[in-house]
Ligand binder design. Sequence first.
Ligand SMILES: [Zn+2]
Length: 338
Amino acid sequence: MSLMKRVVPRALGAARTLMDSALSDSVVVLNYHRVNAIPSCASNLTVTAENFREHMRVLRERYEPIRLDSLSDLEQAFRARANGKKRVAVTFDDGYADTFNKALPALDEFQVPATVFVTTGNLDGSREFWWDEVEELVMERIPDDKLDSIFGLVGDGPIEPKVTVPACAKRRSTYYAQLTPLLKYSTEKEIQLIMAKLRKLAGCGALERDTHRSMTVEELKRLAANPLIEIGAHTVNHLCLSTLERHRQHEELRSSKEFLERTLGIKVTSVAYPFGDESAYNRDTLAVDQELDFSLGLTTRPGVVSPRTRKYEVPRMFVKNWTVDEFDRSLKKFFWIG
Ligand SMILES: [Zn+2]
């Protein structure tokens, strides 16, 4: 038998074993942002504290909640595992104060571990993230008669106008839906310019709602001191990494990682890319991950984690403000379609 004939079946067998393992024992990583009670929900970023508590109860009762860092070595994580409950890891993005105030009590109650990816540039300040402010300004505060000026202001700026004047009633949601991707790919300067114009249309200054603030450093320290919590990097300024030169990507990731390690006295081994979809990071990002010795890089691309998952492109499932039944059904679907 030639070497080729002996090697190929063995390789195919190994691949099949891995695939079988992936299908039977995949892991779902859930992605939360805010846990609070907020009326406006265009962004779907908020889960109420009541629903969140129910989600954690379901995870504790019917699944095996795991630490994200148990996936650091993916091969090891799927090796020699007795068939047990399906594994789920919980993550939060951005570093909102309510991760500490509202989510932590439920995590504690049901002993569910979680990883919190922190945007370090927003800590200890009252500044809101632009997407929260845009939602409030466009959906609530800009008066009806000034709404169509949004079209003009986007065109006035350094960015080409990509919006078209919507025909009628759903103007607010349409403008919101069009502004969000536009801002996502903008530079810091362009974002500031557009935000200033939106505030002017609404007749207000920068919003500083307590419900939308990030953690203080003191709150972050108390959160990180809980043994259930792992802290990960989420850059300094929450810019879309794929729009940045490689050296700026390096700076964003290194500075946030070092700040967290210095402030909290921990080792930061995972990073979540801002926005996180496939257009939000690129090859440079993955190379920088390697240079900075991250073990895992998390995206917002939907999917399950299997032995075939690339360590710097770990998929996550976005969680909405689901009732307990919706959450249960969604989890089953995630494992099924993942
Ligand atoms: Zn984020």
